[in-house]
Design a protein around this ligand. Sequence first.
Ligand code: F6P
Length: 344
Amino acid sequence: MAKRFGILTSGGDCPGLNAVIRGAVLKGETVYGHEFVGFKDGWYGLVYGDIMELDRTHVRGLSNQGGTILGTSRFGPYTEPDGGPENIKKVLKNLEIDGVIAIGGDGTASAAKRLHGDGINIVGVPKTIDNDIDATDYTFGFNTAVEIATEAIDRLRTTGNSHKRCMVLEVMGRHAGWIALHSGIAGGAHAILIPEQPESLNQICAWVTSVRNRGRAPMVVVAEGFKLPDMKEEYSVKGLDGFNRPRLGGIGEVLAPLIEERTGIETRATVLGHIQRGGVPTAWDRVLATRMGMAVADLVAEGGWGQMVALHGTEINRITFDEAVGKLKQVPQDQYQEIRVIFG
Ligand code: F6P
C-alpha cells in the first residue's frame, strides 16, 4: 500500500542535502509508489505541521543545487512549548504521514533517537561538512568544503608569494580538524593546526620562520576549533547558536598578529566562513548524497525505524541511532603525525 513520508533537513546546511531529497523521492516514488512531503525549516516544520509537497517535479534537476529547498534551522523538537512527541504524533496523524526522514548532524540524530524512543516512526541520514560523525566513513558536504578551502589556499598562496607574507587561512570543522587537514595537505600548507593537536606558538613560528628562510611565503591553515596550549576553550566571541553551543571562529585573526610579532614577517588572516558551506556540491558529494537518499527510501519502505544510513567503505549500510549518536570522529594522532613531519 502506498505510504506517505516527510523529509526534514536540520542544523547547518551543507552541499548535497538537495541531492539526498531528490534520491529519496525518485526511488520512493518509482520503486515503491510512495509519496513524500517536505517539512519546512527543520524540526519547526514537523512541530507546526508546515509542509510542502515533494513529488518528482519538485526535485527535478536538484542534485547540483547547494543549500536545501526545505530550509533548515537550529531548532529542537523538544525545546519549543508546542514541541514534544505527543504533539508531533498528532501532526503526523493529521497530515497522514507514516514516518519521518531526518537529515542532519549529531544534534539531529540525538533528537531523532529520542523521538524514536517516544514512539515516532523516524530514520536518519547523516550530514555535515565537518565529517565528524563516527558512524559513517564520510558525510556528503565534506568533499565540497575541502575543495573550496583548497582553492582558497591556492589563491592565498599567489598573493602571499607576491608580497612575501605569511598567510593564515581559518576553516570550519568545530571540534574536528578534517577540513583543515585535508585542504591543508591538498594545498601544500606549511603548517596545519587542528583542535585535536595543540601546537605552541614557538613551534608555529619556527615552522613559519624556516619557510621564510628558504625564500618562500608561509601558508598556515588553522581549524576554527584549534587551541593554543594556554587556551582552556576554543576561541569564541560570537555567543551561542540555536543549540546553545558556542559559535566558533576568529582564531586565525588571533594567530596572525602573534606570528607577525614573533617572526617579524608580515602576516594576514582570512576567515573562510560560510563560503565553504555554500554553492554547488562536488560530483563526489552528489553521488554519496544521491546514494544515501535512495538508501533511506528503502529504509522507510521496510519500516526500519530508529536507524540511519551510513557509508562504510564503498557500501551504504544501516546503523541504529544508538550506534550513531554522540560519537565524535576526530583526526587520529597518527594521521596528523604522518603529515606533521613535513611542516615548515
Ligand atoms: O557544523 C557545521 C558548521 O559549519 C561548523 O563547521 C561551524 O562551526 C558551524 O556549523 C557554523 O554554524 P552557523 O551556520 O550556525 O554559524
